[in-house]
Write a new protein. Structure first.
Length: 262
């Protein structure tokens, strides 16, 4: 089973997922809504989390369509009641996946965490029917910076640098978003496009509340990098709620492409 930095057993994981949905779902729905789907479309949502996008897709494809929502842990998905939804416990790295089956495959904030991301991307492409669409959303940390003059600017700079080391140590990458268009083309997709959106919240905003859970969850690994003390990590978490804090967060890159042959 693939390693993942945010397991569902963590007491703050549902809150983290709820904040991600609040901040990023509008842009995800916008990107998905621009992709033309046939009547009775079959959709695959990989790493469905708490299920908000899977639920939205069920409404998009209607009663004649079908949505499969997968995750390593489906506990948060079991409460969904849509009749055209299948919830599937599934490891996208290791478990079987239908080929040539889906009109749409979507995943958000999953591939950047996987050392096997290149192979997984090709599996997602293979799962598409001819003419089917792949939409992948992932972070690129190139924009991640605290605003000069904001609360604890220097501390947050060091925290973000150390977080990058923690992610890299488990095979994740903080630069994946910028790679998506080229990776899509290398995987044989056509009509490839991409866009990026950046949140710039002040302390206490939903995006800031969500981001602070990164150092909150990774406190001990951050300390082991030698760049921060436990007290400094706690201070960085606290100042994410300070109205004097502001910064740019990672770019959420959305990339889309179509399997040829329609």
């Amino acid at each position: 089973m693939s390693a993942y930095l945010f397991e569902h057993t963590w007491e703050e994981e549902r809150r983290r997922l709820d904040l991600l949905e609040e901040v990023f779902d509008p842009a995800t729905r916008d990107a998905l809504g621009r992709l033309a789907l046939p009547a009775g479309a079959r959709c695959l949502e990989v790493g469905a989390g708490a299920g908000s996008i899977a639920r939205w897709l069920c409404g998009r494809v209607g009663a004649d369509g079908r949505v499969v929502a997968t995750d390593l842990d489906t506990g948060f998905l079991e409460t969904l009641t849509e009749e055209n939804l299948e919830v599937r416990r599934h490891d996208i790295v290791a478990d079987d996946l239908e080929e040539g089956h889906y009109d749409l495959v979507h995943t958000r904030l999953v591939l950047m965490h996987l050392p096997e991301r290149d192979r997984v991307l090709r599996r997602l492409v293979a799962a598409l029917r001819p003419g089917g669409w792949l939409l992948v959303e992932d972070f690129d940390w190139s924009s991640l910076v605290a605003a000069p003059g904001s609360t604890a600017h220097g501390l947050h700079t060091r925290v973000n640098q150390a977080l990058g080391l923690v992610f890299a140590a488990v095979g994740a990458t903080v630069e994946y978003g910028r790679c998506l268009p080229l990776d899509f083309r290398a995987a044989g997709l056509v009509g490839v496009g991409a866009e990026g959106r950046v949140q710039g919240p002040r302390g206490g905003a939903p995006a800031a509340a969500g981001w602070k859970l990164n150092p909150a969850k990774r406190g001990q690994p951050l300390g082991r990098t030698g760049r921060l003390t436990e007290a400094e990590v706690a201070e960085a978490v606290r100042t994410c709620d300070d109205p004097g804090f502001c910064g740019l967060y990672p770019v959420m890159v959305a990339a889309w492409g179509q399997r040829p042959g329609a």
